[in-house]
Design a protein around this ligand. Sequence first.
Ligand code: ADP
Length: 227
Amino acid sequence: ELRKRFSANVSHELRTPLTSISGYAELIQSGMTQPQDVPLFAHKIRHESQRLLKLGEDIMRLSRMDGGHGVGRFQSVSLLKAAQEAAQNYAQAAAERGVSVITEGQDVQIQADPTLLGEMLCNLIENAVKYNRDGGEVRVSVQQLEDAARVRVRDTGIGIPAAHIDHVFERFYRVDGSRSKQTGGTGLGLSIVKHGAKLHGASVELQSDVGVGTTVTLTFALPEGER
Ligand code: ADP
């Protein structure tokens, strides 16, 4: 039943950008457009195509996880280094909006699939930048607890209204669909985080206040030897 609903949602999600791409291409083809409008249409086609590519990648990632093949070999990974690498990917997007991204904390090793862990951290940091205010802050902190390692992504952004908090981890769920799509969102980022956490035996906690910001915490149990 879940798979059926997912497939139906996927075709719906694909239709919107494809309709838009097809529409702009048709306008250009008709020859009725002003030459000065063409770059704008090309920009829209490119934006929608990029979102489609991201959508394809996210859908494949979730399908592999659903099929039980989403996770590679677990190995010892530095949570702090993984967080720093993930943050690096969004340095430019953050700088463009005057958002500062700070990574801090202890260098703790966890057992993880480095690729999946990287994607989970990227999704969290991407959201923290995307749903931030201009000039805001993203703080990624790694901490070693007695028998666990914790990474926390905290932003000073728009926050999530209480009624939506329980739903944002659902596939394709968005609080504000147009903002998510405009920023290239797929509505799948947090579902990948949740699924990935489960495969790592980690817990996810989200706390948010509208207009103040959001904090997402991932907690990984440490193996006996590394406590
Ligand atoms: P998207 O691709 O839309 O960002 P996600 O699954 O990553 O999809 O997130 C689902 C929804 O949760 C987003 O559309 C957004 O409304 C909300 N959200 C996620 N992270 C944050 C955040 N840090 N601050 C505010 N809202 C957020």
